[in-house]
Design a protein around this ligand. Sequence first.
Ligand code: NDP
Length: 248
Amino acid sequence: MNSLQGQIALITGASSGIGAACARMFAQAGAKLILTARRQERLESLARSLMQDFNCQLYCLALDVRDRTSVEQSFANLPPEWNAIEILVNNAGLSRGLDKLHEGDILDWEEMIDTNVKGLLYVTRTLVPGMVQRQRGHIVNIGSIAGHQTYPGGNVYCATKAAVKALSEGLKQDLLGTPVRVSSVDPGLVETEFSEVRFHGDTERAKTVYQGLTPLTAQDVAEVVLFCVTRPAHVNISDVILVPTDQA
Ligand code: NDP
């Protein structure tokens, strides 16, 4: 039931956290993987480890999802044997700061909107036509509980994840009548590099985020993603919210 034998899956933001955990689970399930992120050395190190552990086929692609031209060209130039992408995990994303909106840093806003919303759109717009043409495909968007509820200082990040939720629903509507499925996986707090990135590398501040609760692991989320993409063709897991048991 959980086999992805021979299926080509592309994961954005595969260099750490949830994306890397999805790569590991997919590799174990027999998928052929296209790993993308900006930090190529991280991708290559992950690829070496996955090849050693699962003997899987991998293709690493250094990619900044904010760069529309690069997204289009990189996917257009994939070797032919990697073209038939069946699974897309739109995972690349980040949060910056926890500032009040009226005191926020505009460059932080642009980075979040460009990555979480526009980046996801560029990748989706480039890859989904091929799925429709081949009549096979599944897109998993990693949203967030932040797309369902806004917390203090979360303003712009929450808005980007509310946009991801709307885009997942919109894409699902637009693909009705095709066999291409769309799932939205929306986690609560997950312990990854996310908090360090949010606080620009301030590890002490990042640690405080997890105080008083047991956060999800990246693997917890990857297990849900694997579940979504291994259902029978007539089943679409449309939206999953998973949170730590002790998160409000
Ligand atoms: P990480 O910081 O560990 O991973 C983020 C990934 O996104 C990295 O691989 C990073 O790769 C990639 N990325 C960031 N910017 C870009 C870019 N411009 N182009 C390409 N790749 C990019 O965090 P998580 O694993 O936690 O985050 C993954 C997703 O999960 C995000 O969408 C996040 O919003 C979401 N999420 C996280 C939660 C959490 O508590 N951790 C909760 C709910 C949702 P690189 O820097 O190499 O480019």
